[in-house]
Design a protein around this ligand. Sequence first.
Ligand SMILES: [Zn+2]
Length: 122
Amino acid sequence: MAANILQSWTTTVAALIEEGAEVYAHCGVCSGTWRCDLGRISSTKGGLYSLWNRTTRCRTLVCEGRVWFKATRPGSHVWVQLREGSPVVVERLHEAWRASRTGEIRGEEVSLNPAVEARLGA
Ligand SMILES: [Zn+2]
């Protein structure tokens, strides 16, 4: 399967916010779907954070699945799945984010909900 194309408006949380995008997290196991608060992610992770190729633990208590992220922008009915992006391109984004967070990085975590701290990872 070919890698997904990284359109510029999807690359970082700041770009998604500027575009007015909506982002949802989706679990392929239980089909749970949650709207993501981009402002909150930006304030905790920084605007350079990229959701591409990230997964995090599902919020449903009994589910052991992992969620991935999808985005859409105003006036569009097309969802862009922020997964299976070209590893080389995505790693460059993640590296730029890590470089911007030197000294304050606390792990590559994002939470979908204030009550649930979910761990991102491979
Ligand atoms: Zn689930």
